[in-house]
Design a protein around this ligand. Sequence first.
Ligand code: GN1
Ligand code: MG
Length: 360
Amino acid sequence: MRIEQIIEEFAISGKLEKLKANKEGLINNTYISTFVDEDGVQTKYTHQRLNRSVFTDPEAVMNNILAVTTYLQEQVAHLEDASRRSLTLVPSKSGAWWAYDSDGELWRTYRFIDQVDTFSFLTDTSLAHRFGSAVATFQKHLADFPSDRLVDTIADFHHMGRRYEQFEAAVANDRVSRLRHVQEEVAFFVENKERAMALTDALEANQVPLRVTHNDTKVNNVLFDSTTGEGICMIDLDTVMKGTLLFDTGDMIRTGCITAAEDEPDLNKVGFDLELFTALIGGYRSVADTFLTDVERSLLAESGRAITLIMGLRMLSDYLAGDVYYQVSYPDHNLARTRTQIKLIQEMDRQWDKLLAVCS
Ligand code: GN1
Ligand code: MG
C-alpha cells in the first residue's frame, strides 16, 4: 500500500503537496506531509507506522497516548500556544484514532508542530537547562494523572533484572556468532550487574512512588521553540507507562550530557560534560523540586548511570541476537552504540563525586 493511500484514511482537508521520510527514530517509520487548502494555506502532519514486532498491542499504545495527550492538553489549555505544547492526534475519516493499512499495520497521524528545533546532543548550558525544565514540566503536568489507567505496552521495559536475563540469554545463544568479538563489553555488563539494580530495587521496595513515565526522554524527543528556545513539547509517547520518574531523569542525563551522538564510533569524542550536567540538573530541579521525594533526589545521578547502562545492555543484546530490534545502518551499528554507552558510564565514574555534589 502506498503511503499516500494510508494518509488518505485520515480526516485531513486540502491537497497533499509534499511528503518526506524522517529517519530519526530507531523503531517506527515516520513521514511528514504538507497539505494545502483552497486558500493556499499549508498545514503539516506527522504520519507514523507503528513497529508491530516491538509494540505487539499497538491499540493499547494508542489508548495510552490518547489518554495522556488529552490530559496534557487540559493542563496547558490556559496557555496561548497550547496547541504547540502537546501532541494532538488527528482522527481517521471513520472517527477512529488510527487506521490500518492493507498489511494490517497500524498508522497514526499527529498535527505537526512547526517552528521548532531538535538536537541529537547538546552543546551549551542554556539548552541543557531548558531541556531539564522541559522534562520536569512534562512530569509535573502528569503528576496527578492516575497511572494505573496506563497499560504496560512493553512488559518490564526498564526492569534491570529482566534486561539482564535477556542479555544472558543472548550471550548463551550467541545466535550469529558475534560473542567472540565482544568479550570486553560483555565483561563490563557482568561486572556492573549488582549496582545496576538501584532503580528497580527502589521501585520494588516502594522507596520511590509509581508515576507516569515517558520512558524515552532522550533529547531529540523534545521540541524547542525556534523563537524563544523553550522546550515546549515532549514527543514520542509510545512508551508512556507507569514507573519511577528516575527512568526519565536517567535518559535525560544520558542524552543531555554526552558530548557526541549516541552511536558515535570515535570514542575519543565521547565524554560526560559536567557543565552540561550542572545546567541540566539545575533546569530540571527548578521545576521538579516541588514534587521530588528525598529518595528520588538522592538517586538522580545513579539514574543517569543506570539508564545509560540499560541502553548499552539492550544494544549489546540486540547485537548478539543479530540486530532484530533496533534499526541499523551498518553491520556493527549496535556495537558502536554499546561502546558509546560504556564509555559514557566510564566518564561518569571518573567524575562520580562531582556528579553527586551537583545533585545534593
Ligand atoms: C528507541 O525509536 P526510538 O529512537 O524512539 C527505544 C528506546 C531507546 C532508544 C535509543 C520502544 O527509541 O528505549 O532509548 O531507541 N524505544 C523502544 O536511542 O525500544
Ligand atoms: Mg521512542
